[in-house]
Design a protein around this ligand. Structure first.
Ligand code: AMP
Length: 282
């Protein structure tokens, strides 16, 4: 069932709440793939009712071309969801149904979480993400919401968002789903040529390399090693490679036994920006 208006969907959800159903929400921007489906499957396991939102959120794009080029494939998305279950409620609104007439971001203070990596390289991105999720959470009032570790920084921001907004929603983080060559599944992969798709496996190879050397090499040495892979690369341009504390997302220069660390990478294949990350010692 596809709903374009939150008022119509809420008639169903309100009734479900009265019947003590638990509601799981999987927020997406569409162009669905098996990474998204893994979140949906988790929600179907843990809740009696699952809503998948499909909405390309304009306020989280700092690059208008990226927003314009973002794939929009609603009919295919619905067909793919039906391969998992026909008992999924899809919410695919127009911007005004969520935002009203003023489509703009709130100004959030996510502290140190927003200062590095995606926050540093995509101006206003997390304000846009926080704004749309706050609107979605308040509109649909799910018990649980599902996010991929593929966007690990976003996952930490969302956990902070529900605290800041005092929303009684459990945030569930799900594992990263990858292509056979290691490339993290992403809607943006649809824009890659066959050659780019093969070459983009370098991102996850670098993360794996960092993981394999984490015990034996210093963090600066690991970073240099990864950067060297990109220096003379013909087609891939590294934007950042960072090793950070998993909780605070602060870049680390040396390792402390008590902390968990993660490697984060962002690179361009032509005009397509790709991100990935991997746990190093947990
Ligand atoms: P998006 O449509 O890109 O905004 O993604 C919607 C949700 O799916 C986010 O929580 C993402 O982290 C998650 N997601 C996207 N790609 C993957 C993947 N390869 N593995 C797991 N989760 C993913």
């Amino acid at each position: 069932m596809v709903y374009h208006k939150k008022s119509k969907l809420n008639k169903v959800l309100n009734e479900a709440r009265l019947q003590k159903h638990s509601i799981g929400l999987v927020p997406t921007m569409g162009a669905l793939h098996s990474g998204h489906l893994s979140l949906v499957e988790e929600s179907l396991k843990e809740n009696t009712l699952t809503v998948v939102s499909i909405f390309v959120n304009p306020t989280q794009f700092d690059n208008s071309n990226d927003l314009k080029k973002y794939p929009r494939t609603l009919n295919e998305d619905i067909a793919l969801l039906h391969t998992v279950s026909t008992n999924i409620f899809v919410y695919a609104p127009e911007p005004t149904d969520l935002y009203g007439n003023t489509i703009q971001s709130k100004n959030y203070h996510f502290g140190s979480l927003e200062k590095t990596m995606e926050g540093a390289h995509r101006h206003g991105h997390f304000d846009g993400v926080g704004t749309v999720l706050n609107l979605l959470f308040r509109a649909l009032k799910p018990n649980r919401a599902y996010f991929g570790k593929k966007d690990f920084q976003q996952l930490q921001i969302v956990k902070k968002l529900v605290k800041l907004e005092k929303l009684p929603i459990a945030i569930v983080g799900c594992p990263i789903v990858r292509e056979d060559n290691g490339l993290a599944k992403s809607s943006r992969n649809k824009r890659l040529t066959e050659t780019q798709r093969k070459e983009a496996a370098l991102l996850s190879q670098c993360l794996l390399d960092a993981k394999n050397h984490f015990d034996t090499l210093s963090i600066p040495k690991i970073k240099k090693k990864v950067q060297a892979h990109f220096i003379n690369h013909e087609h891939l341009v590294l934007e950042y490679f960072e090793i950070a504390n998993e909780e605070t997302l602060q870049p680390a220069m040396r390792k402390m036994k008590t902390n968990n660390y993660r490697a984060f990478i962002a690179a361009f294949a032509g005009k397509v920006r790709l991100i990935d990350n991997m746990a190093l010692n947990s």
